[in-house]
Design a protein around this ligand. Structure first.
Ligand code: ZN
Length: 118
């Protein structure tokens, strides 16, 4: 998997964690379970570091998608986009398998093929 993909996925994971920490309902729930809500600064710092390593054009694309969708970058399952569940064209797979950054033509999300030996 390309480095850019790894970085983007890491960035998205951090965004989800940051959101959860910030989310009030979740915060209350975590507090009631005895968790301390520390680590927001560390998360944001890590996000900053990862973001700095992603090419600007790609980062901008991610940020735009992240505003629209809960998940901006997703793995492909079977022959469908897991964001909008539209069947992907054959041409998609030839690009995806050559490690290119591919976009779902229907919803615009960034997609990658999950493989376990990389
Ligand atoms: Zn899609």
């Amino acid at each position: 998997m390309r480095e850019e993909f790894r970085l983007l996925i890491g960035l998205q994971d951090l965004d989800i964690m940051i959101k959860e920490v910030k989310d009030k309902a979740t915060s209350q729930e975590l507090k009631s379970m005895g968790f301390k809500l520390t680590g927001l600064e560390e998360l944001q710092e890590a996000r900053h570091e990862i973001a700095a390593r992603i090419p600007v054009a790609l980062l901008n694309r991610y940020e735009k998608l992240a505003k629209r969708y809960k998940l901006a970058i997703l793995p492909v399952s079977g022959d469908k986009c897991l964001g909008c569940f539209v069947k992907l064209p054959t041409s998609f797979f030839s690009s995806a398998y050559s490690h290119e950054l591919v976009t779902c033509e229907n919803c615009g999300r960034l997609l990658y093929i999950l493989r376990f030996n990389q």
